[in-house]
Design a protein. Structure first.
Length: 312
C-alpha cells in the first residue's frame, strides 16, 4: 500500500492546504469507519482514494448532523450545513476542511451537483424526521430520497462526470441490499434508540408487536418475521451481482469485498435469529480479516496497474 503522500500525488492533489484538507477528511473517516477506510486504502487504485475518502467524509458528516439532537436541532443543523455546502461547491472554499476537500473532489471529478442537493434534501426529510416505515413502499421512498443519493455522493466520484443512468441504477440496487442488511445487523441498537426499521405492515402479517421486538421475545411470529426479512435481504443482495461491471476498474476490488462482507454479515444475522434483537450483529474479527487479506492478494497487481494508468 503506497503512503498517503504518494496517494495524494497519484491523484494529482497538490498544494499544502489542499493536501491537508484531504488528510483531515481521511482521518475523519478512519476515526468513524475504520473498516471502510482500510478497505479503500488497501484495495482501491491510489488515484481514486483521496476523492472517495473525501466523499465518504462528507456523507458521514451529513449523517451525523441528521442523527444528532432534537428534531428542531437536526433541521436547523442540516439547513446550516446545506448552506455551507452550497457555498463551498460554488466557491471552492469553506472554513470546514471536509467541505473544502469535498468541493474540490466534486469539481475535479465533475460529479453532478444534483446528487449532493438531493442527498441533503433527503437528510432533512427522510432521515431527520424518520419515524419508521408503514409499508415496503415507504422503505423504497426512503432509499430514493436519502440512501441512494447518499451512496452516490461518495461512490459517484469514481466516474468522471458522474454515473450514467445504468451505473446509477446499479447503485440503486446495491443500496437496497446494503440498507436491508444494515437494518438487520443494527436491529437491537436501533430499537434501543427508538427506531423501528422493519415496515409495520410486515409485523402485522406475523402478529408481531413492537414490544415483542423490543423485548426480544422468542415466538414463532418473531422468528418468521426475522427469517422473512433475511430472505428479502438475500434476494436484494443477489440482485447486485452485476455491480462490478458498472464500477470503474480501480474500485472493483473494493466493491467485491463490500459484497462479500455484506454476505458475511447477513449470514451471521440469519444464524443469530432472535439473538439479533438482543445484540447488534457485528462483522466479527477473523472472517473479515480473511476476506480483506484474500482481496488484497487478488487485487495487488490490478490495483497497481489501474493506479499507474490513471496517474499518467
Amino acid at each position: 500500500m503506497p503512503s498517503w503522500r504518494t496517494t495524494l500525488t497519484a491523484a494529482g492533489i497538490s498544494g499544502p492546504r489542499l493536501r491537508d484538507d484531504y488528510t483531515h477528511a481521511a482521518r475523519r473517516v478512519l476515526r468513524r469507519e475504520p473498516a471502510p477506510y482500510l478497505t479503500l486504502r488497501l484495495l482501491a487504485a491510489p488515484p481514486l482514494v483521496p476523492y472517495l475518502a473525501a466523499g465518504l467524509a462528507f456523507m458521514n458528516l451529513v449523517d451525523d448532523v441528521a442523527e444528532t439532537g432534537t428534531p428542531q436541532q437536526r433541521a436547523e443543523g442540516l439547513a446550516a450545513l446545506a448552506g455551507r455546502t452550497e457555498a463551498a461547491l460554488s466557491s471552492g472554499d469553506s472554513t470546514d476542511p471536509v467541505l473544502r476537500a469535498y468541493a474540490h473532489a466534486v469539481d475535479s471529478r465533475a460529479l453532478p451537483a444534483h446528487w449532493v442537493s438531493r442527498f441533503l434534501e433527503g437528510a432533512a426529510t427522510a432521515e431527520a424526521a424518520f419515524d419508521g416505515f408503514a409499508a415496503e413502499e415507504d422503505f423504497q421512498d426512503y432509499l430514493d430520497a436519502y440512501a441512494w443519493p447518499g451512496v452516490l455522493v461518495f461512490t459517484g466520484l469514481q466516474y468522471r462526470g458522474g454515473p450514467d443512468p445504468e451505473q446509477a441504477a446499479g447503485w440503486r440496487r446495491f443500496v437496497d441490499a446494503a440498507q436491508r442488511v444494515d437494518f438487520l445487523t443494527d436491529l437491537c441498537g436501533d430499537l434501543a434508540d427508538g427506531r423501528l426499521c422493519i415496515p409495520r405492515e410486515r409485523l402485522a402479517e406475523h402478529s408481531v408487536t413492537r414490544a415483542d421486538l423490543e423485548q426480544a421475545r422468542d415466538t414463532p411470529g418473531v422468528r418468521a418475521l426475522l427469517a422473512g426479512e433475511g430472505r428479502r435481504a438475500r434476494t436484494a443482495l443477489d440482485a447486485t451481482h452485476g455491480i462490478l461491471d458498472l464500477a470503474e476498474p480501480g474500485l472493483r476490488p473494493v466493491i467485491a469485498t463490500m459484497r462479500e462482507l455484506m454476505e458475511h454479515q447477513l449470514t451471521r444475522v440469519e444464524r443469530a435469529g432472535v439473538g439479533a434483537l438482543r445484540r447488534d450483529v457485528g462483522y466479527g474479527l477473523a472472517a473479515p480479516l480473511r476476506i480483506l487479506v484474500r482481496a488484497a492478494r487478488r487485487s495487488a497487481p490490478s490495483v497497481t496497474e489501474a493506479g499507474s494508468s490513471r496517474a499518467r
